[in-house]
Design a protein around this ligand. Structure first.
Ligand code: C5P
Length: 220
């Protein structure tokens, strides 16, 4: 049986990952963080000493990328080969590199195919898949498609609370430049046709989860 797919896109700092994970937990669904795969691939390319500004060199490493991720929202590990990179992929070094590898079309095609098969092979009745191009490219036919947004101010404030090792200005600057780079490749700042926008600027975490669950309930 094909699982019900809930596709959620949004910019950095929109709370997508934590909200999607909580929604999946509440509904008894699986969860797939596609940004984690792009990050794991960036980690792998750096590990191999690849110049990530060279698209051809980046593409050449794809066949060696052995990636595993669980879909249980209560504890998933990201593995590259036998190495657990769950923590390492959150490093600022990866955040600074990931957009460069994510803009390579071969990388996107490779990971998109992987996401589709992970979503279909997971055993639960549904799965929440979150990223930047899930509603438009990866799963445009998903039963539920949501764009999770928040004002730039709110996103910067949330993210700088998460990252206490850097100044608020540094965090804001990095988010802005990553969103700008990513926006050149995929559109995630405005909702595509048929995609429901949930704006969390004035919602707390629980209210955002409720708003997303409302959309899912209405649509299914
Ligand atoms: O969601 P997160 O911020 O962890 O994503 C990391 C990066 O992965 C993004 O900045 C973007 O470059 C890339 N990405 C993407 N398409 C997705 C998910 C993430 O290009 N569906």
């Amino acid at each position: 049986q094909v699982p019900l797919i809930v596709a959620i896109d949004g910019p950095a700092g929109s709370g997508k990952s934590s909200v999607s994970k909580a929604v999946a937990r509440r509904l008894g669904y699986g969860f797939l963080d596609t940004g984690a795969a792009y990050r794991a691939f960036a980690w792998f390319a750096l590990e191999r000493g690849v110049d990530t500004s060279e698209a051809e060199a980046v593409t050449a490493t794809l066949p060696y990328f052995d990636y595993t991720i669980g879909t249980d929202p209560d504890g998933y590990a990201v593995l590259v080969g036998d190495t657990d990179v769950t923590e390492a992929i959150r490093d600022p070094r990866i955040s600074a590199t990931v957009s460069a590898v994510a803009r390579v079309p071969e990388v996107r095609a490779f990971l998109t195919a992987l996401f589709r098969s992970i979503a279909r092979e997971q055993p639960l009745p549904g799965i929440v898949v979150e990223g930047r191009d899930i509603t438009t490219v990866v799963e445009p036919e998903a039963e539920v498609r949501i764009l999770l947004t928040a004002s730039e101010e709110a996103r910067m404030a949330r993210r700088s609370l998460e990252i206490s090792t850097q100044s608020a200005e540094t965090v804001a600057e990095q988010l802005r430049s990553r969103d700008a780079a990513d926006s050149k490749v995929v559109e995630f700042m405005s909702a595509a046709d048929g995609v429901t926008t949930v704006d969390s600027t004035h919602l707390d975490f629980e209210q955002t989860i409720d708003a997303v669950i409302d959309v899912i309930t209405t649509r299914t």
